[in-house]
Design a protein around this ligand. Structure first.
Ligand code: ADP
Ligand code: MG
Length: 323
């Protein structure tokens, strides 16, 4: 079974940033109000995620680590029809199979927590421990038993960059959660709950971006588009500052990026890309699921319609206010 988990890990856990993404998603699913991410050595030495969510009991802990054990029970494969971010019960088993993982967790109903250690997929019996309500998961020696993965790790600086990007996407998608990122004992981000999305955007990208946000909102036909595009005076040499969230998840989508470029046509110099923070919400039936285990890519059942809709909204609202 550990080999199978390692293979699954190969798909889901590409690098330290994937661990951060999976664990933070679990913390969000657990209803946490505050999530703290601590890393050292670009995540290869240490990744620690602490949350104040619902926690797990001593009985639940070993189950949570077993593969394909999920407490979230999707009724089918349909990723976007489940409200929670996790859906396969694969992450903890996968991460535990390729690292030294310690989990400490306590539920509100228990007056004592439990701790469990997993080393390369071998699970120890849970032991009682003192801890606050919530969960702390610590990952050390990532990929210690998968030499190829280990060899493909980049420098600590590069891996840290990927973690910061994963953290940014999660924190942008969830302004209702207080997020903290600590790298090598230094606080990188401490982001209190933001009632306005623009506050969280500003916390990441500063006034240069926050001061030129143009609100976009369109609510018809089951498809809601909301968020901000940036004034053309703020542009980038690549499209990495185009943050798109579909039903609460960060996505990258070529066709939507293209629609964005079209809306800015003539307003930006060649080779410049607009900056935007857009959320789209639509019924799960409109989204094709499960394209890739990391859930980054999606397909729309009617891609043309979604494209046209975004372009139209941008043209009407953004160009009208500006031109
Ligand atoms: P999935 O998220 O798809 O259910 P995971 O392997 O990521 O699968 O997690 C397995 C289970 O462990 C979850 O369904 C959940 O019950 C439990 N779990 C994981 N992380 C947390 C957490 N931070 N707080 C509470 N429960 C958790
Ligand atoms: Mg999960």
């Amino acid at each position: 079974p550990n080999l199978i988990n390692q293979i699954a890990a190969g798909e889901v856990i590409e690098r330290p940033a994937s661990v951060v993404k999976e664990l933070v998603e679990n913390s969000i699913d657990a209803g946490s109000h505050r999530i703290e991410v601590t890393i050292a050595g670009g995540g290869t030495e240490l990744i620690r995620i602490s949350d104040d969510g619902c926690g797990m009991t001593a009985e639940q802990l070993p189950l949570a680590i077993a593969s394909h054990a999920t407490s979230k029970l999707p009724d089918d494969d349909s990723l976007f029809s489940v409200r929670t971010l996790g859906f396969r019960g694969e992450a903890l088993a996968s991460i535990g199979s390729v690292s030294h993982m310690t989990i400490r967790s306590r539920t509100e109903g228990d007056n004592c927590g439990s701790e469990v250690q997993v080393r390369g997929g071998v699970i120890e019996a849970p032991a009682p421990c003192g801890c606050p309500v919530g969960t702390v998961i610590e990952i050390k020696n990532l990929f210690f038993n998968t030499p190829v993965r280990h060899r493909f790790l980049k420098t600590a600086g590069t891996e840290r960059g990927h973690i910061v990007e994963a953290f940014t996407r999660l924190a942008l998608a969830n302004p209702q959660v207080h997020f903290v990122l600590i790298n090598n004992d230094k606080i990188v981000y401490d982001l209190p709950v933001s009632t306005r999305w623009s506050d969280r955007i500003g916390a990441f990208f500063g006034d240069e971006v926050a001061s030129v946000l143009i609100p976009i909102r369109d609510d018809s036909d089951n498809v809601r588009i909301s968020g901000y595009v940036c004034d053309p005076s703020v542009s980038r040499g690549n499209n990495r500052m185009q943050y798109l969230f579909l039903n609460g998840r960060h996505i990258r989508d070529r066709s939507l990026q293209h629609a964005l470029g079209e809306a800015y046509r003539g307003l930006l110099m060649v080779g410049r890309f607009p900056v935007c923070f857009l959320r789209m919400d639509m019924p799960p039936e409109m989204i094709d699921v499960n394209v890739h285990p990391t859930k980054l890519e999606v397909r729309f059942t009617d891609g043309g319609k979604v494209y046209a809709r975004l372009l139209q909204t941008l043209r009407h609202q953004f160009l009208r206010t500006d031109m």
